[in-house]
Structure formats: C-alpha cells, structure tokens
Design a protein. Structure first.
Length: 320
C-alpha cells in the first residue's frame, strides 16, 4: 500500500478539501491535521535515538498516522495553536514557542516529498530573494528599488520612467477589525511631489511594465498550468486583484525560455508548488513579478478547467 500523505492545512480551507478528495479518489491514505488543533484535539509522540530516526505518531480522536511511514506532506497555511483557557499571556506565548519547536520541529525533519517545506517557503516569500533568483535563472524582471529614502525614489523615477509602488511583504492587514488589502499603485507625478512617510519603513518601487495581459502560472513539480488574465476596468488593469469582477480568463501556452527559467527558479527556491505572476507585453515579452509558494489556485481551476487539484494530488503521490 502507498505511504500515507500528511495534509497540514486550516480545517476550513476548502481548496485543500479538493486535494484530499483527489487523493482519496486515487486510493491514497490521507491524514489531515491543522496545527490549530494542537494540543487540545491533536496529540504528538515522537522518539529518536542512535539506531532509529524519528518514530511515533500523530493522533486525533479518530485517526493515527505513523510518522516513519509518511510519504509526502502537503503544507498550506495551517492555523495558530490553540491552548486551554486559563493560561496567562506569557504562559500562552511560552506554550506556543514549545509547540512550534516540538511539533513543528519533528514535522520539519520528516524525510519525504514536501509541497512545500516550511523552511523553503520562508525563504521564498522574500520578494528580494525571488527577484534575484529569477534574474539569475534567465527570467526577465522589472527594474526594482527597495528603499526608505525619498530622494532615491525621485532618482529612480528619473532613470526608469513611470513607477508602481507595491508592498514588499504580505499585502493584507487588519485595521479596526477589518481585513484590508494594499494593491499595486501606479504613481503619478503628483504622487512623487509628496513622499512623506517613505522613511518609516521599506517600500518597493518598480518600473511600470506595458502589458497586453497578465498570466497566473501555477507550477506543480515539472508541470505548468498557465491562465491569461485580462482586465476589463482601469483598476483591474493596474492590479487585477483589485477588481476580480472585471476579469476574463483563458488558458495559454508558456514560451519555452520562460518554462525553463521557472523550473530553474523552483529548484533554486526548493519549491514543488508555486503560483507565479507575469506581465505579458508587446511582442509576447514575459516579465516575472513574483511567485507565491502558498498562492491561491482554486479560482483559476474554476475559471479555466485546468486540473490543478488533480496535479497536486498526483505530485504528492510521486506520480510524474
């Protein structure tokens, strides 16, 4: 019988439900867990000695998996640890650090196929790393400046022309109890007249890349699923995430140099899954923007019919 697949994801993550369905349709044994269930509804017992690497298991009320038998891990944004009521703030922070080192450390040490390993994801989430590695892999990247010095922004604009500003890290924040997103903004000359606040933190500026359309390229192992995204509004043209309702999708092919470069990039970043964004400009010139090691894919599958969930399941099973 095939080795079990360990799924580590939030309990309410419905794209992961699709992957689990595909795995079970193929007859795979699946153990799904959420780190939010530890330690109240998920227990751990792991042992290592000179003769044997980590053995033991993870258990819920209904199921158990042998750590030594796990053949693949699908890791996708699990929840935060939840502890019993009654702990003080310092006690809960201490317990969380112990849980991360204990449960997280044992899981991270598993020698199996990962999609994706947390340590690889942590490095790959740095946009400066992505851009440097993408350039080194032969992909075209936009001229980019990361700074907290206003004068450098003005000098950069003089050198490259029109600019966009975007977050260096996650574009999501919570303010007044509301979830908000910070979108890519194309800067006008009026914007550049008042750069107060630039010095408060790091900001990312890039030269504006003329575009005919954009591509979300989902990479799973050596397989690639490309969807063109065309915006039907000014806001969507500037950043398609700001106006999903205006978007139209279709499948598209990937030029061989881009496909080869992305495979090199995925190997350098240690990723088996990535959701990459490209701008496609005049002359079918592809410019790499970023690759998200935990990027969304389900809406692309729904809009285009691309078999992404099935490809994830096949890769976790070691299929080619």
């Amino acid at each position: 019988m095939a080795a079990p697949v360990l799924i580590i994801a939030a309990a309410d993550d419905w794209p992961t439900d699709r992957v689990v369905t595909e795995l079970r349709r193929h007859g795979a044994e699946v153990f799904r867990m959420d780190t939010a269930d530890f330690p109240q509804w998920l227990s751990l017992a792991g042992r290592i000695d000179q003769e044997v690497a980590w053995t033991g298991g993870l258990s819920t009320e209904h199921r158990t998996v042998d750590l030594a038998q796990v053949g693949a891990v699908y890791y996708r944004a699990p929840g935060s640890f939840r502890f019993p009521d009654g702990l003080s703030g310092p006690e809960e922070r201490f317990a969380a650090s112990q849980a991360r080192s204990g449960l997280g450390g044992i899981l991270s040490s598993l020698k199996c196929r990962w999609m994706n390993h947390p340590s690889s994801m942590a490095r790959a989430e740095y946009k400066p790393v992505q851009l440097a590695e993408a350039r080194g892999c032969g992909l075209r990247v936009p001229p980019t400046l990361i700074t907290n010095r206003p004068q450098d922004v003005l000098d950069f604009a003089d050198a490259v022309g029109d600019l966009v500003c975007k977050p260096v890290a996650s574009p999501v924040l919570i303010e007044d109890g509301l979830l908000k997103s910070v979108y890519t903004k194309r800067l006008t000359r009026d914007d550049l007249r008042d750069l107060r606040g630039i010095d408060t933190t790091a900001h990312l500026f890039q030269g504006w890349v003329p575009k005919d359309y954009e591509v979300r390229l989902t990479v799973i192992g050596d397989r690639m699923f490309a969807a063109s995204i065309r915006a039907g509004s000014a806001a969507g043209y500037e950043d398609w995430r700001s106006d999903y309702g205006s978007l139209t999708y279709s499948t598209t092919s990937v030029p061989t140099p881009v496909a080869d470069g992305m495979r090199r990039l995925m190997r350098r970043l240690g990723l088996r899954y990535g959701a990459a964004d490209f701008v496609v400009g005049p002359g079918d010139e592809w410019t790499f923007l970023e690759v998200n090691p935990c990027g969304q894919w389900d809406w692309i599958q729904g809009a285009t019919g691309l078999p992404i969930a099935e490809a994830i399941a096949h890769d976790l099973e070691g299929a080619t």
